[in-house]
Design a protein. Structure first.
Ligand code: ADP
Ligand code: MG
Length: 319
């Protein structure tokens, strides 16, 4: 199959194009209109086989996750998804693999209201690079550097499950609890609806890809402030506690990666408002700590907690 046919068959799928997409797949470039008073925001993430996902990953899961982790970056800015490009490198043409990948990508794109507008297709070891484009009201981006002294620290959904699920790879049969954790790893449910409201209250935000301590560390560095975390408040799946015990579950929630939830800061006057928007969008949100002058205070019921998981070193070096 020639490259052209491959693109036609699997990537030029039917989609409801946004009116801002003037030209999608098929020419030398795609063309986007930027609505008046809005700014274009863009971000890229690459997923490489064996590094970011297991070699034997289900192509449908791969397509979903590749798009979700990119859209997650748009959400963390308070941006509205608009379009994406897909650069894919494939070892060969496997029709059933491509079919499953393409269908899942189309479904995910529809769910996230984002249009595939172009890309590149090459032969090589399996890797996927997606570049996303979104828009936001001029000057209304939620940046990492905006946290203020005394702000509350919040997270969406639950943390740590994806890290636990990494250990389930290649297991023959999974219990119901393990299945739930596995889903958290392979199909992260990004807080799509809630994030659209982020700029109504958040002073800073980041999406959690490397782990809470590491990622919140970026907000701290850029805002030149510190953070106190109340570990007993961290939102954990029951299944995670069952699987790991509460102590290890908390360690994974602090240091484990791949959650793709949002961590954001907001003035305490917005507590009610945040809970209102969370309810309206059926999103779990939890207040887990507070912005302080400097450094990390990781407290369990008021006492310092030792961090036994890895990403601690990583962010300590950055502070
Ligand atoms: P060129 O050689 O000019 O870069 P290509 O043959 O690579 O053109 O691509 C032809 C068209 O198909 C372009 O619009 C390009 O953006 C699109 N395209 C190529 N690969 C993909 C892909 N994997 N997904 C979506 N669009 C793609
Ligand atoms: Mg090309």
């Amino acid at each position: 199959m020639a490259e052209f046919n491959l693109i036609q068959n699997y990537f030029n799928f039917e989609q409801d194009l946004s009116k801002s997409v003037v030209k999608a797949i098929g020419d030398d470039c795609a063309i986007l209109d930027i609505p008046k008073g809005r700014q274009l925001v863009t971000s890229t993430d690459t997923l490489i086989s064996g590094v970011h996902f297991f070699d034997n990953i289900d192509p449908a899961d791969l397509a979903y996750k590749a798009l979700a982790v990119n859209v997650s970056d748009l959400l963390a800015m308070g941006a509205k998804p608009l379009a994406f490009t897909l650069a894919i490198s494939l070892p060969g043409i496997n029709a059933s693999w491509l079919e499953a990948f393409s269908q899942s990508l189309q479904q995910a794109a529809q769910n996230f209201s984002i249009n595939l507008i172009g890309g590149d297709t090459t032969q090589g070891s399996l890797s996927i690079t997606i570049t996303v484009y979104g828009t936001l009201k001029k000057g209304k981006a939620v940046l990492r550097n905006g946290a203020q002294l005394g702000d509350d620290i919040w997270v969406t959904s639950t943390l740590g499950s994806a890290r636990s699920a990494l250990k389930l790879h290649n297991k023959d049969s999974l219990s119901d609890e393990q299945k739930l954790l596995w889903q958290k790893l392979i199909r992260p449910q990004i807080p799509f609806k809630f994030a659209k409201r982020l700029n109504k209250f958040a002073t800073a935000a980041i999406d959690l890809s490397d782990g809470l301590l590491a990622d919140l560390g970026h907000i701290m560095v850029q805002s030149q402030l510190g953070a106190r975390l109340m570990v007993e408040t961290l939102p954990l799946e029951e299944a995670l506690i069952e699987q790991e015990g509460i102590g290890q579950a908390r360690q994974y929630a602090l240091a484990g990666g791949d959650d793709y939830q949002l961590c954001f800061t907001a003035h305490k006057k917005y507590r009610k408002k945040i809970l209102y928007h969370a309810e309206k969008t059926q999103t779990q949100v939890t207040r887990i700590g507070k912005i302080i002058e400097q450094g990390y205070q990781v407290l369990l019921n008021g006492e310092p907690l030792a961090i036994t998981e890895n990403s601690w070193q990583h962010f300590q070096a950055n502070l």
